[in-house]
Design a protein around this ligand. Structure first.
Ligand code: WT7
Length: 632
């Protein structure tokens, strides 16, 4: 059984041990799993390459550890509990035994269509059990899954499929999301028209009664493919460092990059962190509200909980459907013990009023988690008082797609929790703050850039197809360190508070977006000459998107133009990237070398234009006044 820290003393000594002797610490954690062959080396690393190898030479299959390993001890325990979008529809559940059978059937189906070890498969599906089954089916046969959040547009989907050179897309016919029905297969058809030349098969899971267009050459119904297969499928033998999945995420430049995670280290760390971060105990019902399209869903809906033999809940719907009590009603209905959500959801529900949580019995809750963006003090206290009744520890967990698992968090009931502080590093995580020159800030009570100076098992290994980009983005800013892109402060006792990104990445409702990516989309509009996008503080979303655009003015109505810009962003990326505010400007503040002064634009967007600093050296200082006067 994976080690579970049980007291403050235990945390301190475990942390110390993990830092003083990381190899023996992680080898000890890895011993708890089923390996087909034991590793030769625990760790070999070089941040300069970067080259990171954990448990090299070790052979395993992660699904044997998620499923087969539990059959004797908990085969009839519920592994996945599924709550549908429409509350009157039937709840579905899969025991570990049933889940293993379904995963094997799906895996055999993929094999019958020619999918082999190393092939990439893109999953574009709603939050239904079949998504988790497809993820695990890929892992069963050594295919590399790349889940694309089903809110992304056809263009964004095609970009990811093309980058990954995926052989197959698995999707649903339509998705139910709140009162909306989304024609997902149609989006895939559109993506296939734009690109996706590497795709031979599209497997369609029938999720609704909705109609779809069909092409016999490529399309294949899930039920026709999967239902006839054997429920036994031998697990492919994988090296610890073989690729497990690619997950695309936004950076400060260019198009999204494919973060690569590998089998062995990811398995060890997601299980260890799940057990410890949530203090999961036998029989608990655990619910993470994230979508499997994001890393949170990979690590803490699918892999971490199943590796730990937990009961993990999946929810198809949205927090406010049919009303703002839905989350709390589900907590009561399923007697949820650990609840994990994002600050944006907490703020949105807080705005709906205290009467919603008051209606339900939330007394089974033992841990309340937060993830994805900084949680503000007001939301923290509301979560604490109205959901936890002042009685349930809150864990503000900081991590990233690239880190694979939680890096900073209080441990519930073990370490203290200070509002808005992600607080303490997990065992094995050598976090540090540095100044802009890369000098480590060793004293408490300071502010700096957040780095990690030693490898941990679930860290990214590369960015797919472009190792240089991985090196440049994460390992070149400061020598010998992984740079997170976040700024942070340390309080007088050494607790860490993550303030937010210091690069051109914005965090909108917990969704990570590159400003360059949004600008590229806006620039596709025929009447746009140039644009600049920045984030600004937004009450519910955390950050909103503020776009400044220069146009050729060759349009009839400003209203239509603004709508047109939003439409083009929805088309290029997805509705989540639509600007909240669009200001038409005659120019953008630029340095003499032509660089856009985002600092100024950010200040104006945040309504704080009183002190813009020295603007006299700008190429076009006059434009600043105009922008300021017309700010939205
Ligand atoms: C960025 C990573 C980790 C899964 C979801 C997001 C921000 C994340 C926190 C937190 C302050 C946070 C950071 C980070 N972030 N959690 N608890 N407090 N900021 O994963 O999409 O890769 O985004 O989200 O800025 O760098 P992601």
């Amino acid at each position: 059984m994976t080690y579970q820290i049980s007291s403050l003393e235990d945390y301190k000594s475990t942390y110390k041990r993990s830092i003083e002797n990381p190899e023996s610490f992680w080898a000890e954690q890895a011993e708890h799993f089923d390996w087909k062959k034991k590793w030769d080396n625990v760790l070999q690393w070089d941040f300069d390459g970067p080259s990171i190898k954990w448990f090299e030479g070790g052979k395993l299959n992660i699904t044997e550890n998620c499923l087969d390993r539990h059959i004797d001890t908990r085969g009839d325990q519920v592994a996945i509990l599924w709550e549908p979008n429409n509350e009157d529809d039937a709840v579905r559940s899969y025991t570990y035994k049933e889940l293993l059978a379904e995963v094997c059937k799906c895996a055999n189906g993929l094999k019958s269509l020619g999918i082999e070890k190393g092939d990439r498969v893109v999953l574009y599906m709603p939050m239904v059990p079949e998504l988790a089954i497809a993820v695990l089916a890929c892992a069963r046969i050594g295919a590399v899954h790349s889940v694309v959040f089903a809110g992304f547009s056809a263009q964004a989907l095609a970009d990811r499929v093309d980058d990954a050179q995926a052989k197959m897309i698995i999707c649903s016919d339509h998705n139910n999301r709140g009162a909306k029905n989304i024609a997902v297969k149609q989006v895939v058809d559109d993506a296939m028209d734009i690109g996706c030349n590497s795709v031979n098969h599209v497997v369609v899971h029938k999720n609704t009664d909705g109609d779809v267009n069909w092409s016999d050459d490529v399309d294949q119904w899930w039920h026709e493919l999967v239902d006839v297969q054997s429920d036994q499928c031998e697990a492919e033998e994988m090296d610890a460092e073989d690729m497990l999945f690619i997950l695309y995420t936004s950076g400060s430049t260019g198009k999204p990059k494919g973060v690569v995670h590998t089998c062995g280290g990811y398995m060890v760390y997601t299980c260890f962190s799940f057990k410890n971060v949530f203090q999961y105990k036998e029989g608990d019902i655990y619910w993470c509200t994230a979508d499997i399209g994001w890393i949170t869903g990979h690590s803490y809906i699918v892999y971490g909980p199943l590796l730990a033999g937990a009961t993990t809940m999946m929810f198809e719907g949205v927090p406010t459907y049919p009303d703002a009590g839905r989350f709390w009603k589900i907590c009561e209905k399923h007697k949820v013990n650990q609840f994990y959500t994002a600050p944006t959801a907490i703020r949105a529900l807080m705005a709906c009023g205290d009467e919603w949580p008051a209606k339900y019995d939330l007394s089974d809750l033992k841990v309340l988690g937060s993830v994805g963006e900084p949680i503000n003090e007001e939301a923290w206290h509301w979560y604490d008082q109205k959901i936890g009744k002042g009685n349930v520890p809150i864990i503000d967990t900081w991590w990233q797609t690239e880190t694979g698992g939680v890096m900073l968090t209080p441990l519930p009931g073990i370490t203290d929790a200070k509002p808005t502080y992600a607080s303490y590093p997990m065992p094995g995580v050598q976090i540090c703050l540095v100044d802009p020159d890369g000098n480590e800030l060793l004293e408490n009570n300071c502010e700096g850039l957040l780095c990690i100076k030693f490898p941990w098992p679930s860290m990214l290994r590369t960015t797919y197809g472009d190792h240089q980009r991985c090196k440049m983005t994460y390992f070149s800013t400061f020598e010998g360190m992984y740079f997170t892109g976040d700024g942070a402060r340390k309080d007088e006792d050494g607790r860490i508070r993550v303030i937010g990104r210091v690069d051109d990445v914005i965090n909108v409702s917990g969704h990570r977006m590159g400003t360059a990516e949004v600008e590229n989309a806006i620039n596709e509009h025929p009447n746009v000459i140039e644009s600049a996008v920045v984030g600004y503080p937004h009450d519910i979303k955390g950050q909103g998107i503020y776009a400044y655009v220069i146009t050729d003015e060759a349009f009839d109505s400003v209203g239509d133009f603004i709508q047109g810009v939003k439409d083009v962003v929805s088309r290029e990326i997805g509705p989540i990237a639509k600007p909240d505010k669009i200001q038409i400007v005659s120019g953008l503040p630029k340095t003499r070398s032509g660089k856009i002064m985002r600092r100024i634009l950010r200040k104006i967007a945040s309504g704080d234009a009183s002190n813009l600093g020295d603007i006299s050296t700008l190429l076009n200082p006059d434009v600043v006044k105009e922008i300021k006067d017309n700010a939205l």
